[in-house]
Structure formats: C-alpha cells, structure tokens
Write a protein that binds this ligand. Structure first.
Ligand code: SF4
Length: 103
C-alpha cells in the first residue's frame, strides 16, 4: 500500500511543501503539496529530485568507538552529550577541548 506524507522539501531554505510517496519501506517519489502556502502546488526540479536525499538520509545517530562508526540511538547519544557537557567547568576556557575535537 502506498503512503503519502506531507512535509517540507529538504533541498533549500525556501521551505516548499512536498508530498513523499512511499511503499514497502521505500521512498518512491514526490509530488507538490498543492495547498501549501509557500509554493502553492509547485516544486522546482531540485525539489522534485529531493527523493534522492530522502533515500540517503541519516535515520539514526552513530558514535565513534575504537575508531569505527557504530550505529546508536537518540536516547544514548543525548545522554552521552548531557554527561559530557555536564562535566565541563564553565570557568575553564580550555574545557571544551576535552569534549570536542576540531581540526
Ligand atoms: S521545491 Fe525547490 S524552491 Fe522549494 S524548497 Fe525545494 S528546492 Fe527549494
């Protein structure tokens, strides 16, 4: 059975409405959201092709463990972030260096 979800196009910041058509757990296509106040029933070519972005979207967070990405879940990652941020002394200017690695 096909499912249709009204959502916002992910391709740019305009925020047009778009309908996602899916079936058997796969995104099959898109078509414009006719009553959306921003695009009033039209999507540009990028928006219409955004189906590829839905296919490749990240559906769950990952953690680096032993130098490898390991799939995780939102609750685990949020708790880890809370734990790390909660351990920071706000008066220590270098404290973030121990939490976030930057190049
Ligand atoms: S349909 Fe086109 S203009 Fe509208 S949000 Fe998507 S990419 Fe942007």
């Amino acid at each position: 059975m096909l499912k249709i979800k009204h959502t916002i196009c992910p391709s740019c910041s305009v925020g047009c409405g778009i309908n996602i058509v899916s079936g058997e757990g796969k995104v099959l296509g898109t078509y414009p959201y006719k009553r959306h106040p921003i695009n009033e029933g039209k999507n540009c070519l990028n928006g219409r092709g955004s189906v590829e972005q839905f296919e490749n979207r990240i559906c769950s967070p990952s953690l680096v463990k032993n130098n490898e990405l390991v799939e995780s879940d939102n609750e685990t990652v949020i708790n880890l972030i809370k734990e790390k941020l909660g351990s920071i002394n706000p008066l220590d200017e270098d404290a973030m260096d121990d939490v976030i690695e930057t190049d």
